[in-house]
Design a protein around this ligand. Sequence first.
Ligand code: PLP
Length: 395
Amino acid sequence: MLNPKAYALGANRSSIRDLFEYGCRRAAVVGRENVYDYSLGNPSIPSPKEVDETIRQVLQDTDSLLVHGYTSAVGDYDTRKAISDDLNHRYGVQTKPEEFFLTCGAAPALVSVLRALAIPGGEVLAIAPYFPEYKPFAEEAGLAFRVVPPDIPSFQINLTEVEKRITPNTQAIILNSPNNPSGVVYTRETLQALRRVITDKIMEYGHTIYILSDEPYRELAYGVEVPFIPQIYADTIVCYSYSKSLSLPGERIGYVYVPGNCTESKRLYAAIAGAARACGHVCAPSLWQKVIARCAHLRPDLERYDRNRRALYQGLTAIGYETAKPDGAFYLFVKAPGGDANAFSELAKEKDLLVVPGDSFGCPGYFRLCYCVSYDMIQKSLPVFQELYRQIKEA
Ligand code: PLP
């Protein structure tokens, strides 16, 4: 006998992976340069050169047993101190190393926090469009997963719908800004208004509601402010990752930050550590902890993403496509001409153009484009978008 829920999760592939693998098969037939693959959010800018230099330095100046050994379950003190110092410097906050728990990226961070908050009957809210993995993470933790419908066309937060969906069982609201898949950055005004809605509900129900801020794209913003949410709402738990900011998705390094002044801070931190322990998610990769201890201050050079973003946004809107304002991350979320994003995706596939329908993000009728691709591919794909648009409008 097998666990049927685990089996279903493993056997039903994600539509994004399916598309990506389809693209690889097509590339073998028609050539990689003839497949316009916008399916997968794999960074396309190299890590800052200091990262590679630091790996070499760490290997040279640190005892090999230490480099490759277990660290403490929560992570090396020096790494947590470097992260804490960097945030304090950037945002003028007063974080402390003991408020950080190092993880293998954002995914285990989210899983650990959700498990720490999973009480019987507990619920978690996600704002559509949302990262599809939130649902299995929450449900496998034992939380009911509730969705706040999207705020179309701005893709900020639909506050009236948030208000309707907060119940006495709501444990947390997951936010992700800059957002995957919309590329939208929640404004300070939106976040302040959200705080008012949550605070009123807390007064009504008399229990804590945390914001769970999933921030792998925090550093990927193009000329707009990305507010640091714990400064707006004290009961915010941050899940961060270096997967996108330093282009290190395969290395698996990130953290949870539990602010010292949030409700039940110490108990919450202990519960997150306990949940991570129960999942075997302790002791993030030692070499990468040591690299981050020296590189926590680094930021990505966004020039190439920005160039892609502008080319794709301008190219598509000139054709007539409508999209959310792409101020952050490396995604564009586009309204499907004709209204059916699955039909659009299928039609596009026939022309070797791969786009992800919005259904799994909780937002049918839109499709996602990852523009962490080559500039050349964008230029070559625009006539294909044009042809599809004309075909659908004339049908
Ligand atoms: N959250 C969001 C919104 C993401 O887009 C991703 C990865 O694409 C993750 C979490 C998981 O990130 P990590 O690679 O750090 O586990």
